[in-house]
Design a protein around this ligand. Structure first.
Ligand code: FES
Length: 207
């Protein structure tokens, strides 16, 4: 089924599973930059182009402002797929934001399997303000790809939408936290020393 989606800024918590008479359709959260892809999607709307009503747009100032944790959050709240789209390289309104984003998300995609998410659920594209038709094409392609993967499981299984690490219990006290941190440091130092790994990525609370 094709409809003309509205362009609004949804609350991710409102993403709910979709079902149509013809069967299941994926929920796709499209994180777009306001200057290029959002305007391109708007152009598709004003040009009366139609595309699958599978995407919910979330508008950002720039793809460089998007944090990989936002992607995890989208999956946590019921997305079956995520599309990240912004200005073409060289056209970013903040000069290099999209280049940083490209590197950050390429790394994130490589880590998806590790945290239990199917990488086929995450897509990237460049869509400018004048590319309404390209936006339609991208949405159709991504919808088809995510539909082929199927619904994301919300708990358990190999493709749990929320990685186990994100749901694990936080340390109960400062001492427990410090003991855990010491263990993590020791294990990573040993792995680096033995050459088993060459890079460690770390996160602190909220980033
Ligand atoms: Fe569009 Fe940076 S302003 S990607």
């Amino acid at each position: 089924m094709k409809t003309k989606p509205s362009i609004g800024r949804p609350d991710m918590a409102e993403v709910i599973p979709m079902a149509t008479e013809s069967g299941w359709q994926p929920n796709i959260v499209a994180m777009v930059c306001r200057w290029c892809t959002y305007a391109g999607a708007d152009l598709a709307g004003t040009s009366r182009l139609t595309y699958p009503a599978t995407v919910r747009l979330v508008r950002f100032p720039c793809t460089g402002r998007m944090n990989p944790l936002f992607i995890l959050k989208a999956f946590e709240h019921g997305a079956d797929g995520v599309l990240v789209s912004g200005c073409h390289p060289g056209d970013c309104h903040y000069v290099q934001g999209n280049l940083y984003a490209r590197r950050r998300f390429a790394t994130f995609k490589a880590l998806m399997e590790f945290v239990g998410l199917d990488p086929r659920r995450l897509h990237f594209s460049w869509v400018s303000a004048s590319e309404g038709a390209k936006w339609v094409h991208v949405v159709e392609e991504v919808s088809t790809a995510v539909q082929a993967v199927g619904p994301a499981k919300r708990a358990g299984g190999n493709d749990a939408a929320l990685p186990a690490a994100a749901t694990s219990r936080a340390p109960a006290s400062a001492e427990e936290h410090e003991a855990l941190a010491r263990r993590v440091r020791k294990v990573t130092a040993d792995l680096l020393h033995d050459g088993e790994i060459s890079v460690v990525l770390g996160y602190k609370h909220g980033t």
